[in-house]
Write a new protein. Structure first.
Lengths: 164, 300, 470
């Protein structure tokens, strides 16, 4: 079923990207950019490949989560087992519950900023669940304001719930 | 097919590599356009690893630097003279046109007595005195390596010697070349630009865009593994080391395309995570360097 | 009448130091060597991840960073109970060997040669303050040429290191279990090829060069002798299949060689800028604080002792302990031993390379123990280096380092007995009191690394502002 979803949503956008890349290849003047585009193209093709495989052998191969657009990092599966109780459709966390999502021992890495809980497990700037000396599983509202005030980076993060 | 010209910043940047600058410069020297300038290389509180890294440079190498590009006046590791004579030589540049290169942080503890670099007229010269005196009068000041640009390892928590960056004690522009150590090309390229065209284009934090414009992550040969979510479990693996703590995604520097030591290798090619040594905040903000216990599912 | 001379800075060493000497009848009667930089690495390491020590401690020294990655890795392996395979050890020791070559070539040509060879004065960097250059022009010219040519070879030594170590200074290769990456055939042959040219250079140029200097400066065979106590922690030794290729942990004193015993090491701080409950302690049993107000203290370098005696460590100690070179103990012997050792290391590296199995991976996924204690003792370019660490709650509780230059450039013992280099300066004839070049030549023969020796001790919280030198 999930493979179905992926193919439904992403095939169109992948095909669009591939077409865009091919058009671009006709006009770019420099070899270096051309190589970059070819690289991107190869990457898209390998994605199509992995999705196709997943459809054919759904039991044997987990489909890779696909980025919606180039440049956006893949998003981790939300942890089904460890999720706190869900009142209505909104997951809530206490600070104590949040502290378990510290990005250690295979746990995902969550942080909260201004009451919203974000998943940073696969965020590139959070390697090994650490970010400029900060660790996951915490309320980082103050730290966020002191470094990223006025930046729209939060909207790119996956929201997983609210802090209560 | 369209004849529209599309500007490609990467392509432009590559044309401007250190090697090209040097070629231009060689020609200009021959034509007498370029005049050699005085260079002083001060070592302060640090490991003296940046001067060693400079000796590891090639094309231009150290020989070319001291014979064709500059009058290399003084360096603690290399000067033939010693004692007062060496100090006199160092301070003889005052009043002339010179470029000051500084490696190491500035210790402020106990009035700077935690780092004494010599004696002049019998009086102790602290590192902080030297950098202030020479820094104010220099045509350009280049801070080389993590300690000089932001305190680096010398200022690591709890900063026992109360070290600060070169910029903190100078009220003037300081060109910053972070890295631990600084790659010889980053220094040579910056110097060449100064000798030829003056100050290079700098970012908001005074790093030359020539070298510090692009994230390691954006040019990493292992990027496709990251995008596909294939992660290394231990050092020595050939896939993405994001889950081991790689700082490539927050470090702006050209290691992936430049590489080190005659361009033979670099940390990620050596199957280890980038530790962000060319990023401000190294080392405290870049730690832990290596983690096995992370979001990666542990095999049981 | 006693005259006092001061040399500061002592250039062409790593770090900052001052020599103070009293001269009577053109002879040194008293001398002090003073380390003049403090960083406080041991305090910095507290609370950090033990794995990070391997990369962090390398930043102690830019010219011998690999040495610190070796010692910290050994300490971690000891704490974690990891025993590296012989292949892992070969790989790691090859990296260490590259550093020996880099260091010895640079130390001989860039740091030592300007003392004895007149370099072209149209370079401001090479202006010398004295005129004691004795080589005939033709030989002088040859050594000047080799000064410049050697730059390519020391650079190549680092290139070899980077082939397996990622980059250098501050390599990424040395780690628990051996090295991080795998030595594939292309890498092995690249290193072999570079090593071939370095070996030829050492054999055909560097050795003749050092003997040329020795021939014209014969007096330096009787200057710089010191106590003749020699110490090595061992290196390139104890392989399962290859045995010992270089030197085992040994000490030499009173004309006798014996096996090194760790229990005999103590550190004294009577004359260094630190305070503690007592002035002598064993590694790890003390936690001294920086204190620049101590009246009799004059340096950041403590005084490590073996059986309460100052010891010399480094290439001459190793060459002597293995019996490969026993001409004497002096300034010139130290310099010759360093060059001979460079050749020896090149040969050892070749043996190790020939015993490598290509493509072997020696890495595992490691877990940090809750609590552990470890020590890493190894002989490095400048001599015996020791790292000690304690782990608590999976982070570093405390870390201690005793460097080779702390042995060689140590301050006095509590009973006033001089450090090794200080003793080496005694009775040195000084021809021109305004240009006492003899002292610098002797001190440099120890290859001092003051960046290593002085900046690793615990920093204090309350230090009074004082005048350092009366």
């Amino acid at each position: 079923m999930r493979a179905q979803d992926l193919s439904g949503i992403s095939f169109d956008s992948i095909i669009a990207e591939v077409n865009y890349d091919i058009n671009l290849l006709y006009v770019v003047p420099c070899v270096y950019t051309r190589n970059m585009i070819l690289n991107h193209l190869r990457d898209r093709i390998s994605m199509v490949e992995s999705v196709t495989k997943a459809i054919i052998q759904p039991g044997q191969l987990q489909p890779q989560p696909l980025p919606l657009q180039p440049g956006v990092t893949p998003i981790a599966e939300p942890p089904a087992l460890q999720q706190p109780t869900t009142p209505g459709n909104q997951t809530t966390f206490t600070l104590q519950e949040l502290s378990k999502y510290d990005g250690k021992g295979g746990n995902p890495a969550y942080v909260t900023v201004n009451g919203t809980v974000y998943d940073v497990t696969s965020n590139a700037t959070w390697a090994a669940a650490t970010h400029f000396g900060l660790t996951a599983g915490k309320d980082l509202s103050n730290e966020f304001v002191s470094c990223h005030a006025g930046e729209s980076i939060l909207s790119k993060l996956k929201v997983v719930g609210k802090l209560v | 097919m369209s004849n529209r010209s599309i500007t490609c910043p990467e392509y432009k940047a590559r044309l401007n590599t250190a090697a090209n600058l040097l070629d231009t410069m060689k020609t200009q020297i021959r034509q007498g356009v370029l005049k050699k300038r005085n260079l002083v290389w001060l070592e302060l509180t640090g490991c003296s690893g940046n001067i060693i890294s400079l000796l590891d440079g090639s094309n231009p190498d150290f020989k070319y630097l001291i014979s064709q590009m500059t009058n290399f006046i003084y360096n603690n590791s290399l000067s033939a003279s010693e004692g007062e004579v060496a100090m006199e030589q160092l301070f003889s540049v005052l009043g002339s046109d010179y470029i000051l290169a500084v490696e190491g942080a500035v210790t402020t503890k106990n009035n700077g007595l935690y780092n004494i670099i010599g004696r002049l007229n019998g009086k102790l010269v602290t590192a902080i005195e030297a950098v202030k005196t020479l820094g104010e009068k220099a045509a350009f000041v280049i801070a080389i390596g993590a300690c000089a640009t932001h305190g680096g390892v010398s200022a690591a928590r709890p900063n026992p010697a109360e070290c600060v960056s070169v910029q903190s004690v100078l009220n003037r522009k300081v060109i910053k070349l972070p890295g631990c150590p600084c790659h010889p090309d980053w220094f040579m390229g910056t110097l060449a630009h100064i000798l030829l065209y003056g100050e290079p284009d700098l970012d908001r934090r005074d790093r030359p865009l020539l070298f510090y414009s692009t994230l390691i992550h954006d040019r990493c040969p292992r990027r496709s593994y990251f995008d596909k979510g294939i992660f290394a479990e231990k050092l020595g693996d050939k896939t993405c080391m994001f889950k081991l703590g790689c700082r490539g995604p927050v470090t702006r520097i050209d290691c992936p395309i430049r590489q080190w030591n005659q361009y033979v290798n670099w940390p990620i090619e050596d199957d280890t995570p980038c530790i962000g040594c060319a990023q401000f905040g190294f080392p405290d903000a870049m730690e832990p360097f290596i983690s096995y216990n992370t979001t990666r599912e542990v095999r049981r | 009448m006693t005259k006092k001379i001061i040399i500061n800075p002592v250039t062409r060493i790593s770090g900052f130091m001052e020599i103070q000497a009293n001269i009577e009848n053109n002879q040194v009667v008293d001398a002090k060597t003073e380390g003049l930089m403090f960083r406080g690495f041991e305090k910095m390491l507290e609370g950090r991840s033990p794995f990070d020590a391997v990369y962090f401690t390398q930043r102690i020294c830019g010219i011998c960073s690999t040495a610190h990655s070796m010692a910290s890795t050994l300490a971690l392996e000891d704490a974690m109970g990891v025993v590296p395979t012989d292949q892992g050890r070969y790989l790691r020791d090859i990296l260490h060997g590259c550093e020996f070559l880099q260091n010895h070539i640079r130390h001989f040509y860039q740091y030592t040669i300007p003392d004895f060879v007149k370099l072209p004065e149209d370079y401001p960097l090479f202006k010398a303050e004295h005129n004691d250059f004795r080589l005939p022009k033709e030989k002088n010219d040859r050594l000047v040429k080799d000064y410049f040519d050697s730059l390519d070879l020391s650079r190549s030594s680092h290139e070899m290191l980077a082939v397996l170590g990622g980059k250098v200074p501050h390599n990424h290769g040395v780690f628990i279990g051996g090295i991080t990456t795998q030595a594939t055939t292309d890498k092995i042959i690249k290193i072999k090829s570079i090593l071939h040219y370095i070996y030829q250079f050492i054999n055909n140029r560097m050795l003749p060069d050092v003997y040329t200097i020795a021939e014209y400066y014969r007096d330096y065979f009787s200057i710089g002798g010191s106590y003749g106590n020699l110490l090595s922690f061992g290196c390139f030794n104890g392989y399962k299949d290859l045995g010992t290729l270089y030197v085992n942990p040994l000490v030499y004193t009173d004309g006798k060689t014996s096996v090194f015993d760790l229990d005999n090491i103590t550190e004294e701080i009577d004359y260094a800028w630190y305070k503690d409950k007592q002035n002598v302690g064993k590694p790890f049993k003390t936690d001294p604080e920086a204190d620049m107000s101590k009246p009799q203290a004059y340096s950041w370098v403590k005084a490590p002792r073996y059986n309460n005696l100052p010891f010399e460590t480094g290439p001459l100690a190793r060459q002597w302990l293995t019996g490969e070179y026993r001409n004497g103990i002096s300034t010139m012997d130290r310099t010759i031993a360093r060059v001979l050792e460079a050749r020896k290391i090149a040969l050892i590296m070749n043996t190790l390379l020939e015993n490598l199995i290509p493509g072997v991976s020696v890495q595992k996924e490691y877990t940090i123990p809750e609590t552990a204690v470890g020590k890493g003792l190894i002989d490095t370019t400048r001599g015996a280096l020791g790292h000690w660490l304690k782990i608590n709650n999976q982070v570093i509780l405390c870390y201690q380092i005793i460097t080779p230059s702390a042995w060689n450039l140590s301050t006095r013992s509590s009973n006033g007995m001089k450090g090794t280099a200080e003793q080496a300066l005694i009775e040195t004839p000084v021809k021109d009191i305004n240009n006492p070049i003899e002292l610098g030549r002797t001190v440099r023969s120890f290859d001092p690394c003051i960046s290593c020796a002085t900046h690793i001790y615990t920093g204090g919280k309350n230090v009074n502002t004082i005048q350092v030198i009366p």
